[in-house]
Ligand binder design. Structure first.
Ligand SMILES: NC(=O)c1ccc[n+]([C@@H]2O[C@H](COP(=O)([O-])OP(=O)(O)OC[C@H]3O[C@@H](n4cnc5c(N)ncnc54)[C@H](O)[C@@H]3O)[C@@H](O)[C@H]2O)c1
Length: 268
């Protein structure tokens, strides 16, 4: 082969020379999870706690918050109404009095179903106040403390309905609020990247939780399943697994994304 020019040698992939450490390294970090009293928020809170995170479980229902933390010494219940900035700020003061906050997960949400033609301005206010403005109140409350430490993770729970204006279970308005969360996520990522804060959203497909279970009659469930190539509804733990990853240093270069956890729903 003398004299024949050789292509430059490929550098060994970093994984070949140095195995990628997939430990999440979250031990001792501190998280605030809203809507942690039920469903997806509760699963996220428990998944973070299992990684050694100290988790503040915020919910407007004191009973649900208390039930979520029962028996777990690294979880603490916090009564908080995300629609009320004073309540959010008071919760933040409680957390910051004990130390720093590393991770915010906004899972508090409500669902509205049915056609917009049958909805009222009161319905619009209610769903917007929790699903969109509630996320904004929480994000605003953590920006200062996280920026001061040049470090933070904000993970918003959006929905596949953000990509299609509602329609699986939630109505158009629900989808509009989740599209708002997606826009907020992208804009905040741009604004907060220089402060060392990543902002991402997870967009689950229909998940069997207290929010949806009353709507999921067999016919509705069968119609939804026909559109999910993986062939089942989402589990709260599907979303929780991604939340743990996004909270970790392994996701340090991921920001401004809205990641579906949907079994392929958006492809069909
Ligand atoms: N279940 C689904 O199919 C599904 C799919 C995609 C996205 N999501 C989103 O995931 C999030 C969690 O939904 P879920 O299915 O776990 O619902 P869920 O009803 O089981 O839990 C929601 C929790 O939020 C709390 N909450 C409601 N309003 C609040 C407020 N103003 N302040 C504080 N807490 C409040 C409730 O008390 C409840 O504990 C929501 O944002 C929802 O829109 C759900």
């Amino acid at each position: 082969m003398v004299g024949v020019p050789q292509p430059p040698r490929r550098r060994a992939a970093s994984s070949a020379s140095r195995p990628l450490d997939m430990q999440f390294g979250l031990e001792g970090r501190v998280a605030l999870v809203t809507g942690a009293g039920s469903g997806i928020g509760r699963a996220v809170a428990h998944a973070l706690a299992a990684e050694g995170v100290i988790v503040h479980c915020a919910d407007r229902s004191p009973e649900a918050g208390a039930a979520a933390v029962a028996g777990n010494r690294t979880m603490q219940a916090l009564t908080m109404d995300v629609t009320d900035p004073a309540s959010v700020d008071a919760g933040m003061q409680t957390i910051l009095a004990k130390g720093a906050l590393d991770i915010l997960v906004t899972s508090a949400g409500i669902l509205k179903t049915g056609p917009i033609s049958a909805s009222t301005p009161e319905d619009w206010d209610a769903v917007e106040q929790v699903n969109l403005r509630g996320v904004l109140h929480c994000a605003r409350a953590v920006i200062g403390p996280m920026s001061a430490r040049k470090s933070g993770r904000i993970i918003n729970i959006a929905s596949v309905s953000a990509f299609r204006g509602g329609g699986a279970l939630g109505n158009v308005l629900y989808g509009v609020t989740k599209a708002g969360v997606a826009a907020l996520t992208m804009g905040l990522a741009r604004e907060l990247g220089p402060a060392g804060i990543t902002v991402n959203a997870i967009a689950p497909a229909v998940t069997a939780t207290a929010m949806t279970v009353a709507q999921l009659d067999p016919a509705m469930q069968a119609a939804i399943l026909r559109r999910i190539p993986i062939g089942r509804l989402a589990e709260p733990d599907d979303t929780a697994a991604l939340a743990v990853f996004l909270a970790s240093d392994r996701a340090a270069f991921i920001t401004g994304t809205i990641i579906p956890v949907d079994g392929g729903f958006l492809t069909s």
